[in-house]
Ligand binder design. Structure first.
Ligand code: NAP
Length: 283
């Protein structure tokens, strides 16, 4: 792998570029983005070695697509049309069903590997890119059998170099599971933030009382709507189901509160403390 093209150089694309360069110093990272200002910033932050355009991917050994998932669905078939027969294309999108579907019958389907690195922060753009973001994190790979074996090997080496462990899953299972552990967490954080902001409009001092508990639960509400709205759109069915279950739990909690059943409330919390065991070792 000599020439790697990153389409999208924000949090994920930029962090991938940093770690790949650190583990493979001979690689040349070419950046592609919509805005010239983003490319300039990525260059000055040394996330990329050179600026490039979409047509340049005809010289690529590898292309990494890290742009919002609706834009990935549009761009991925075009990128596959342009690359040489030997090149590997990887996407990092947070949904997998629509992305895998759009290239299902593409003549270069075997050049594509569908991935979702489970790593991130609430920040976006090139300035959000950080070293070591993927160390010890899980990378979900979907439909691996549809990628040419030699290209799978190249991708796995790259993921190993940056410290990722791999899980294989089909795109439907990925989107169903990720709705619970990622998409619902973001919605709940956005709506908690909204509830408190709405209240603050009338009671100005409320944020003076906000402590670290509030800050950590609303952290995800700082996330970019440009990235999240397309994810919610693509995973609508699964997300509506998770919301039903979440709302049922909230309603049940409210009913217990109204009934003054604090023993049941204590038990609900005690049982949910099991999350400590589940999350042991996850930072
Ligand atoms: P980001 O920091 O906002 O970066 C997105 C990049 O995509 C920017 O470089 C932007 O470039 C470009 N872009 C934005 N809208 C576009 C459009 N409509 N068409 C083409 N390019 C566009 O986002 P990110 O967090 O890196 O996310 C990138 C991908 O990784 C997404 O598919 C996301 O689902 C996935 N992902 C995110 C996380 C996370 O926690 N953030 C974790 C795992 C996977 P310009 O400035 O030039 O417009």
């Amino acid at each position: 792998m000599k020439n790697i093209y990153t389409i999208g150089i924000g949090l994920i694309g930029g962090s991938l570029a940093k770690d790949i360069k650190a583990s493979n110093p001979d690689v040349v990272i070419h950046g592609i983005s919509r805005k010239e200002s983003t490319l300039d910033r990525a260059l000055s932050l040394k996330l990329i070695d050179k600026k490039a355009t979409l047509d340049d991917v005809k010289q690529a050994d590898m292309v990494i697509i890290s742009i919002p998932v609706d834009a990935t669905v549009k761009l991925l078939p075009i990128v596959l049309d342009k690359i040489p027969d030997t090149a590997l294309v990887i996407d990092a999108g947070s949904t997998k069903e629509a992305i895998c579907k759009v290239v299902e019958h593409h003549p270069k389907r075997r050049n594509f590997l569908a991935a979702h690195p489970i790593a991130g922060t609430e920040y976006s753009g090139p300035d959000a890119a950080i070293s070591g973001l993927f160390e010890g994190k899980t990378n979900i790979i979907c439909e691996v059998e549809k990628t040419a074996f030699k290209l799978q090997e190249k991708a796995l080496k790259l993921f190993k170099d940056i410290g990722m462990r791999i899980r294989y899953m089909n795109p439907e299972a990925h989107d169903r599971h990720i709705a619970y552990v990622s998409h619902l967490s973001h919605i709940s954080s956005f709506m908690l933030g909204k509830t408190v902001i709405d209240k603050e409009k009338n009671e100005r001092d409320i944020f003076d009382m906000a402590g670290s508990g509030f800050a950590s639960t609303v952290r995800l509400a700082k996330s970019s709507p440009e990235m999240w709205a397309p994810i919610f759109k693509q995973n609508k069915g699964n997300i509506v189901e998770t919301l039903d279950e979440y709302i049922n739990n909230l309603t049940h909690f409210k009913t217990l509160m109204e009934a003054g059943d604090f023993e049941a409330i204590f038990n609900e919390m005690k049982n949910t403390n099991y999350i400590k065991e589940i999350l042991k070792g996850i930072n």
